[in-house]
Design a binder for this molecule. Sequence first.
Ligand code: GLY
Length: 378
Amino acid sequence: MNQQANVTSTAKTIHVALGERGYDIVIGAGLIAQAGAHLRAVLPRARAAIVTDENLAGLHLPALQEALAQEAIEATVITIPAGEASKSFERLQDVVGQLLDARLERNDVVIALGGGVVGDLAGFAAAITRRGMQLMQVPTSLLAQVDSSVGGKTGINAPQGKNLVGAFFQPRLVLADTDLLATLPRREFAAGYAEVVKYGLIDRPDFFTWLEDNREAVFAGGEASIHAVTECCQAKAAIIAADEREAGRRALLNLGHTFAHALEGACGYDAARLVHGEAVAIGLVLAHRFSAELGLAPHDDTERVQAHLSRAGLPVAISAIPGPPLAAAQLMHHIGQDKKVTSGRLTFVLTKGIGRAFIADDVDEGTVRQFLQHQLET
Ligand code: GLY
């Protein structure tokens, strides 16, 4: 464990047990004001580059700069345009160029202040600049706090598809300030909430029940949101410690994601129609229903999952996606491009019920097609 920084009384610390590459995730309200102290405890002499986007620069950057200045940490700022388009080779080259221009060294730190796009891009830039610098994640979205900032997946998109170029590169520290979630538009918070629910559905049925009872409190912020983020990070840290490079168990984190990626792809990644978390919400319902129709899980569990996500304001059926109707062939095309396909058999995360997800590597393509066809007709 790292030397303890001066943290708020409500802050929770979770250690990701990866030996020499292990790190802490610190979760709590108002943590950004202590970012300098936390960073100093881990990297006593590092200079820093903060990578953030144009929207967040106006929101949270001043607080982070002030916290670093209090510890006399020199920090250059690299601002990127907000949005998925920034996960590109061009933007990566630009960020790496700015890190080199600032003469930052391997022991200096890239601080990713943002959601999934900033975290993925800045993380990959840190992984490849000078063959690897230090990385600190300061996730600002719910999705980034419970998922993308933890576990070391970094990367950009290629013309051939999303997240196809990247590296596993673990941060030295993750600082999740739950106060930052208050500035999120409700749609974005709800989208992140789908990933929160996912952890309950994978292997934490008690957490799912807790969410059923405390959803409104989580959306309202405060202790309930700290508890929810902590529970998710604990769940993810345990999976990462067991399977860092997704040789097995880490694939459970893809529950609902095969359907979700197909839906996003079929919508042309048009955020006006569907954002990732919304696709995950529909995907989670589909994964439960598909499992139930295969006779693996109780139908009642699908109803529970659907009811909960729906109460959270998330779409729960393909028909809820605005715009031109989708076709089964389109969805199968995207599923077929998925990296988990082996000789006509699909790898899916299926479930035996709430909190009982498992990896199935021999799902018949025709059965999936039929299932989707039926979903599109109802
Ligand atoms: N978001 C899935 C993973 O980190 O493996």
